[in-house]
Design a protein around this ligand. Structure first.
Ligand code: HEM
Length: 479
């Protein structure tokens, strides 16, 4: 902050008009209006020199105050610089050791990934982004230690929690938005088994759900590419988004209560428009949540357009409706294995048990369930659809690889063609295909679906990363 102020004043002193230009005008006053000219005039003019003297005193005081402020800012910046162990880490920008303004401007301009990648290429695996922030780009002594060690997502009093932005229903937390390790692990324990690879690949409900979606929706939609009005045109991102949303919501809420975006073009474009239109409005609520709320509440100014809140509200209502439907199916007694709401059922039972044992904090159980499941459907559909779209893209660029993959997929039994409806090969045999596995991993490496920082806070006792050792709290960001 301080160096930003200094830079602005320096600019003005070099002649640019700006907020301090009045200071320069006042400082030239004696030359413009010599006292002799004024004193020789009539009575009312006779008072002017006194007024001017008064004004001049005030001007001098103002200038003195500004100079003192500048000196103070420089002193504080230098003190913070010399006492900050992060000064030994190469800076991604000359300002980075002194102020966070540079990295915020990078985030504001949405060029963070490219900028930080360049900094790592030039300066090594650990670079300083701001006085309390570093970026880490190595596995050993880097992301492995950060994400498996004692680095939490928020600081102890919760003043910094970048993930709080992902809460839903006006601040109802879910696993992803929870900052501290303890409550995060409690929530994770309620859910982790149903998302484990062994449970997912052996789940009869998921197999029945995916069979219906693939045979009755996905393959017919693919086949219609050459028979629909725009023959030969396929929006693969939209189709894969629909398929991943239908599969993820089927596993969460059961087939009967899930989305059917593949079959409804209107619903698909309604959802994708709502979901994607909000993407470029994350900066203020995510980086400066308190300031964003303050400006809205006290100054009546929205840094986030109203329609973004409305879009979030519509997605929240949509999720709540799926929760209610799953609850109703459960209450009637599930008749069809595909309609089992696997995640909804387990989460509602676990949260209800947890709130009986603890004070629920006044938050409605239904909203807790909906906030958690909204995060899963968003996290699950978006990442998978982006990754699969890039798989298709890479296969189009590498036709020989595509042929080899087709050969490998033909070894599965039953084959994944309409004729074999309604059966599908089981998850374990699909998971065992080496080329498919390699293609997915390579695609994830080349085109990560969430390419951005997943910030963590360093432990209070300090941390040693790669060769650098720090002893203060800083925000550790890995790319
Ligand atoms: C290609 C597919 C996927 C990718 C690349 C991906 C990536 C990620 C990443 C990078 C995180 C953040 C980790 C962190 O900061 O701790 C995350 C968290 C999460 N993802 Fe995924 N994900 C994918 C698929 C899914 C699916 C299919 C689901 C669920 C249906 C899902 C649910 C979640 C949840 C609930 C979290 C929060 C976990 C926590 O807070 O511990 N993701 N994912």
């Amino acid at each position: 902050m301080c160096s930003g102020t200094i830079a602005r004043l320096d600019k003005d002193e070099s002649g640019h008009p700006g907020p301090t230009s009045s200071v320069h005008r006042l400082s030239t006053y004696p030359a413009d209006l010599p006292y002799s000219n004024v004193r020789t005039s009539s009575n009312y003019r006779h008072n002017l020199p006194l007024q001017h003297r008064k004004t001049s005193m005030q001007d001098m005081q103002l200038i003195a105050l500004v100079v003192q402020l500048i000196v103070l800012c420089v002193a504080v910046s230098l003190y913070r610089y010399w006492t900050n162990p992060l000064r030994k880490i190469p800076a991604a920008n000359p300002l980075a050791h002194f102020t966070s303004l540079w990295i915020y401007s990078v985030r504001w301009r949405a060029v963070e990934n490219a900028t930080i990648k360049r900094a790592h290429e030039q300066l090594g695996p650990i670079v300083c982004l701001g006085p309390n922030e570093v970026s880490v780009n190595c596995v050993k002594g880097g992301i492995r230690d950060i994400y498996t060690g004692g680095f939490e997502k928020s600081d102890p009093d919760g003043t910094f929690n970048w993930y709080a932005f992902f809460s839903n229903y006006s601040g109802v937390d879910n696993m992803f938005s929870t900052g501290r390790n303890k409550p995060h692990s409690t929530r994770k324990r309620m859910l982790s088994n149903i998302y484990s690879k062994s449970v997912v690949t052996a789940s009869p409900a998921l197999l029945a759900q995916v069979s219906t979606i693939i045979h009755h929706r996905f393959l017919p939609a693919l086949a219609s590419t050459f028979t629909n009005e725009e023959a030969g045109i396929l929006d693969i991102y939209a189709l894969l988004s629909a398929a991943t949303m239908d599969i993820v919501t089927a596993y969460i809420f059961g087939l009967k209560s899930s989305s059917n975006l593949i079959s409804s073009k209107e619903q698909l474009s309604w959802f994708l428009d709502l979901y994607n239109s909000r993407r470029s409005f994350n900066f203020w609520p995510q980086e400066f949540p308190a300031f964003t709320t303050f400006v809205k509440r006290w100054l009546g100014y929205r840094l986030l357009p109203k329609w973004v809140d409305e879009a979030n509200g519509k997605i929240e209502d949509w999720t709540q409706a799926m929760c209610q439907s799953a609850g109703a199916v459960k209450a009637q007694g599930v008749v069809n294995v595909a309609d089992t709401p696997i995640v909804y059922e387990q989460l509602s039972a676990a949260l209800s048990k947890h709130s009986k044992n603890n004070d629920g904090g006044g938050i409605h159980l239904n909203q807790c369930v909906a906030s958690e499941l909204l995060d899963h459907l968003a996290a699950g559909f978006d990442t998978s659809a982006i990754t699969l779209t890039y798989v298709v893209h890479e296969l189009c660029r590498h036709p020989k690889l595509q042929q080899r993959l087709q050969q490998e997929l033909r070894t599965l039994s039953p084959s994944m063609v309409s004729a074999s409806s309604p059966s599908l090969p089981d998850g374990k045999s699909v998971d065992a295909l080496p080329l498919l596995h390699a293609i997915i991993w390579e695609t994830l490496r080349l085109h990560p679906a969430i390419p951005g920082p997943q910030p963590r806070v360093s432990p209070h006792k300090g941390a040693a990363l790669a060769r650098e050792t720090t002893h203060t709290m800083y925000r550790a960001v890995s790319e």
